[in-house]
Design a binder for this molecule. Structure first.
Ligand SMILES: Nc1ncnc2c1ncn2[C@@H]1O[C@H](COP(=O)(O)OP(=O)(O)OP(=O)(O)O)[C@@H](O)[C@H]1O
Ligand SMILES: [Mg+2]
Length: 1049
């Protein structure tokens, strides 16, 4: 046994953990060690269990991997006495799993929430005890839920019976729950005011003062951590606030004190001493003060529909107050757990579960009460499950499986469990029975009952026991009983057992709470609702706990267990002290020695043949991929093929047993290697298949494309050949057709020629034959006759088609025959002349004269003078000035005897400067006269015989010069130069008059440059192209002695 102890003692203080099989033994180092760093996490990740030095991480990794890879639900059972390090170990497990499982924003949030639930629950559920500064005062089982990939989805926390008596009273040297101290130290002044609290612990009766400060614990900082954790877990601000209000209300409840007051009927009645505290509580919780006050003074009992109110004495009032405080706090705690569960619950489907059990450890105090009894019972049950699964079950299995085995003895604590939980005579059943029994029930009557029923039990001891052997045992006080637990003897004070088991809260109080304006408090007391009054007694605390422990055990048995057994090295909570006796005691009662022995003699691993073959069949050619025979022979073949030494394994009836983990790791390594090879093989085959399928598809596609292309190419070629054939065909056909046509034409011409020849020949023949019958000139006559007929027809047609008699009509019928062309033209000319004559014949003499003059003018000026075309339309009037009628010219008229041919005003150009003067120009039969326009006085008179020539320009002006015969009387002043609007008419009339009088043609010179005699000088009159700017009137300018320039626009 000492040898076994060495196993645990030796590694210290270098190593704090060791293994027994797969059970981790962890010794509390009571100081922080550098073995929980992220680097260590990485070291232990995916490593074989025994590969590295023993560690909680190795166990966590093993559990997590078998959960993830083998789909097995896991549970991690952490046991040990109070202060052995269970809670710390559970946090290490959780943090390891959080570090190695999947990552991602969502997963990280889940992990963070799961981890942060710890500080919240520890603040409300942990307290300083003499054994542990952070002792869990509740049991906690947490299921961490994972998806198929092994990523955490959420969790469910179950809590087990909180040690609520601590709220109102703490043993010496211990504290109330952390949260009270944290709130008072860490809350801001403002928050404290709001909660109507004071920072001074001594103000509160419920807070023990002797150990209010714990060494190395900063309550204020922890308060901030807890608030932060609550926020991360998902508590809303108003929820946190409500929770703190309830905590404050509990604290303040403790300060309510009662004083006795005698009533008339002699009964004692309690009164509240100072109502100030009550008032503040009511303000904080929204409860009507009078309701609460009444609830502390009266108790209403309802029986058979009758309500009986009795007054409470001072002791009863204190009992009621404490019951309320305990209930308020424990219900708040359960609410917190539910609220956390709500936040961390998995949103999607859960595949696997890992449960972590961290329950209050076995404890022995000076005064052990109902709570310790319950806690130790729970530890008994855990020890039981450990024994069941590691010692009993294992040994039984060897025998069942026909494995050679020498039985190893161990202490089975089933007997102690039975003492406590047996339904007929177990301690809990007795307690329940006592609580439900009518009549006076006290803790003493309960003890008496125990003494009767359990006296003979070997693990039960009592002074009052009938068995007199204890009567002399002075170590056993009167009102106590002792149980010999697996971990030691514990003396329980019977006082308070019945009350605590009853867990009674007066209905008046629960109803007062239900009426609170504070929604959280209201929800904590649903039974206070008068509508839901239930007269049935609620289940007792003991039976509730028993039921929940039974459920827990059932739950744990469905999962693959992993053990962490925590050991406490000393009782002083000090580092570097190793109390051998204490450790030995723990090693012994934990059954570790038997555990070591079973492990040493037994086998580390076992598995049914079927799953074993399934898992390792790939390691051997005969068994891979299928083994036809029974699984056992398959495993036999497999192991012999792998040359595993025979002492390393044994064949059971249904399972193979492997002695050393090393062998299993070897198998696992081989399997891993083989799986990699197989994966490569699958990959290779898959790649080959993929490439081949791809290739076949390509090939198929290529054939399809080629077929289509060939078809297309052939079609194209065929089209080309076809069109070529058609071209050739058409050429040949054309050539043939042309040949035939030529032939036919030739034949036709031959035929025609032959016909013509034949006709001529026949004609000649006929003529030769009939010549003698024809007259000699018949042909000519026929010809003439025919011609005559044609001409006759032509004339007759012409008669009908004759155009109008208007000389200007240009129409003339078209000619019918070519040979009549000249005749046709001649006929047209004759007809025109005729119709002109006809037209002329209509004229009177007067008109004739006018036309003769116009004709004359045309002959003289047409195409010579540019002014001529504008004069054609003007009728020649001659006497523009009506001298006969105008009295102004009477004298002038009288002076002229002859007939006046022209009487018109002209501009006479001054020879000296080119300026003009108006003169009346008169032409008579023999003379030419010039008279003053105003006076009518004759200025010059020239006989026509003296006029030799008239000169004018070819342009569109009215200038003209009249040249006089040299030497004549009139010529003494020189030639005249005029301009007139009627130049054409004047020149024509002058010409005609001169011709008729002198029988000589007057010379009319049309030239743009001519000479004019001015007295002795000859002046050149030159017509130039004038400037348009000066208007349309020609400008006359004397340039020099010899030149007079006329600018014509
Ligand atoms: N692995 C560890 N490393 C350092 N200190 C440790 C370790 N485990 C435990 N401790 C110390 O021991 C104290 C008690 O540990 P813990 O609270 O885990 O005990 P417990 O077994 O949960 O006790 P209880 O049953 O009372 O809840 C811790 O507060 C811590 O100071
Ligand atoms: Mg704990």
């Amino acid at each position: 046994m000492l040898l076994q102890l060495q196993l645990l003692v030796q590694p210290l203080p270098q190593a704090w953990m060791t293994y027994i099989g797969s059970v981790v033994i962890s010794v509390n180092p009571y100081r922080s060690l550098p073995i929980y760093s992220p680097e260590k996490v990485e070291d232990y990740r995916n490593r074989n269990f025994y590969e590295l030095s023993p560690h909680i991480f190795a166990l966590s990794d093993e559990a997590y991997r078998s959960l993830r890879d083998q789909d097995k639900d896991q549970c991690i059972l952490i046991t040990g006495e109070s202060g052995a390090g269970k809670t710390e170990a559970s946090k290490l497990v959780m943090s390891y799993v959080a570090a190695v499982c999947g990552k991602g924003a969502e997963v990280n949030q889940v992990k963070e929430q799961l981890l942060q639930s710890n500080p919240v629950l520890e603040a409300f559920g942990n307290a300083k005890t003499v054994r542990n500064d952070n002792s869990s005062r509740f049991g906690k089982y947490m299921d961490i839920e994972f998806d198929f990939k092994g990523d955490p989805l959420g969790g469910v926390i179950s809590n087990y019976l909180l040690e609520k008596s601590r709220v109102v009273k703490q043993p010496r040297g211990e504290r109330n729950f952390h949260v009270f101290y944290q709130l008072l130290s860490g809350a801001s002044e403002e928050l404290l005011n709001k909660l109507k609290l004071e920072r001074d612990f001594s103000r509160y009766n419920y807070l023990s003062l002797d150990s209010a400060k714990v060494n190395g614990v900063d309550d204020a900082a922890n308060f901030r951590t807890v608030r932060n954790a609550m926020q991360i877990v998902g508590f809303m601000d108003h929820e946190t606030e409500s929770v703190l209000e309830v905590v404050a209300a509990v604290l303040k409840l403790g300060n309510i004190e009662f004083k006795p007051e005698s009533r008339v009927n002699g009964l004692d009645e309690s009164k509240i001493k100072d109502k100030n505290e009550l008032k503040e509580i009511c303000e904080l919780t929204g409860i009507d003060q009078s309701v609460l006050e009444r609830a502390f003074s009266f108790r209403t009992v309802e029986a058979k529909q009758e309500k009986v109110s009795t007054t409470l004495n001072v002791a009863q009032a204190y009992y009621a107050r404490d019951a309320l405080a305990k209930n308020l706090y424990s219900r708040l705690f359960s609410w917190l757990v539910n609220r956390i569960n709500e936040s961390i619950k998995a949103q999607t489907k859960v595949r696997k579960v890992m449960g972590v059990l961290d329950i209050y450890g076995f404890e022995i105090f000076e005064d052990n009460s109902f709570e310790q009894f319950i806690i130790n019972y729970c530890n008994e049950k855990l020890q039981q499950i450990f024994i069941e699964l590691t010692l009993k079950e294992e040994q039984e299995e060897y025998i069942r499986e026909d494995i050679e085995w020498t039985h190893i003895d161990y202490f089975n604590n089933a007997i102690i469990c039975d003492l406590i939980e047996n339904n007929t005579n177990g301690i809990l059943a007795m307690l329940d029975e006592e609580c439900l029994r009518p009549g006076t029930v006290t803790d003493e009557t309960f003890l008496e009952k125990l003494n009767q029923v359990c006296a003979t039990h070997q693990h039960f001891e009592s002074r009052m026991s009938k068995c007199s052997r204890f009567l002399n045992d002075t170590s056993l006080p009167h009102s106590c009983f002792r149980i010999q637990h697996y971990a030691g003897k514990v003396l329980y004070q019977v006082e308070g057992f019945v009350d605590k088991n009853n867990d009674l809260l007066y209905r008046d109080l629960s109803q007062a709470m239900w009426k609170a304006g504070h929604s959280l408090i209201k929800s904590l007391f649903p039974e206070g609702n008068p509508a839901k009054i239930n007269l049935k007694r609620p289940p007792t605390a003991g039976s509730q706990f028993k039921a929940s422990v039974a459920t827990l055990m059932k739950n744990l048995q469905t999962k693959n267990p992993n053990y962490i057994r925590c050991i406490k090295p000393n009782d002083k909570k000090a580092a570097h002290i190793f109390n051998e006796a204490l450790v030995c005691h723990q090693v012994r009662y934990l059954g570790l020695l038997e555990n070591v022995r079973v492990r040493r003699a037994g086998y580390a691993f076992r598995q049914a043949y079927g799953p074993c073959l399934e898992r390792y069949k790939m390691l051997c050619k005969q068994t891979w991929p299928h083994w036809k025979g029974p699984a056992r022979s398959g495993v036999e073949v497999l192991f012999s093929e792998l040359e595993i030494p025979v002492e390393e394994y044994s064949f059971g009836r249904s399972k193979i047993f492997i002695r050393n983990p090393r062998t299993l790791f070897k198998l696992e390594d081989l399997r891993k290697q083989r799986l990699e090879d197989l994966a490569t093989l699958i990959q290779k085959i898959y790649r080959g298949w993929k490439c081949r399928t791809h290739f076949l598809l390509l090939k198929k596609s290529q054939i399809v494309i080629a077929a289509w292309y060939r078809r297309y190419a052939q079609q194209k070629r065929y089209q080309k050949i076809k069109s070529s054939a058609l071209v050739i065909q058409s050429y040949i056909r054309g050539w043939k057709a042309r040949k035939i046509l030529r032939e036919l034409k030739h034949q036709k011409r031959c035929r025609e020629a032959a016909t013509t020849i034949a006709a001529y020949w026949h004609g000649t023949q006929v003529r030769r034959e009939y010549r003698k019958f024809f007259r000699a000139n018949a042909g000519k006559k026929i010809y003439e006759f025919t011609l005559q007929r044609i001409v006759q027809k032509y004339f007759l047609e012409m008669k009908n088609k004759m155009p109008s008699l208007s000389p200007i009509d240009k129409n003339w019928p078209s000619r019918p025959y070519l040979f009549l062309d000249s005749t046709h033209k001649e006929l047209k000319r004759i007809f025109h002349l005729w119709r002109c004559k006809k037209y002329r014949d209509q004229f009177t003499d007067q008109q004739k004269l006018i036309y003769e003059e116009k004709l004359e003018a045309s002959e003289l000026f047409k195409d010579k003078k540019a002014l001529y075309p504008s004069s054609v339309g003007q009728p020649f009037q001659g006497a523009y000035l009506e001298i006969n009628k105008n009295p102004k010219y009477k004298k002038l008229k009288d002076a002229i005897e002859e007939k006046i041919i022209i009487a018109e005003v002209v501009n006479k150009i001054n020879r000296a400067n080119g300026k003009s003067t108006s003169r009346i120009f008169l032409l008579t039969n023999n003379n030419l006269l010039l008279a003053d326009q105003k006076s009518g006085q004759i200025k010059s008179e020239v006989p026509l015989v003296d006029v030799t020539k008239v000169s004018m320009s070819s342009q569109n002006d009215g200038f003209f010069a009249i040249h006089l015969k040299e030497g004549s009387e009139a010529a003494s002043k020189g030639d005249f130069l005029f301009s007139s609007d009627h130049l054409i008419e004047m020149a024509t009339k002058l010409y005609r008059t001169t011709l008729s009088q002198t029988k000589q043609k007057l010379n009319i010179e049309i030239s743009d440059e001519f000479l004019v005699q001015f007295r002795q000088d000859k002046v050149c009159v030159k017509f130039i192209q004038g400037n348009q700017k000066n208007g349309s009137v020609p400008m006359c300018k004397r340039k020099n002695n010899r030149l007079l320039e006329v600018a014509v626009p």
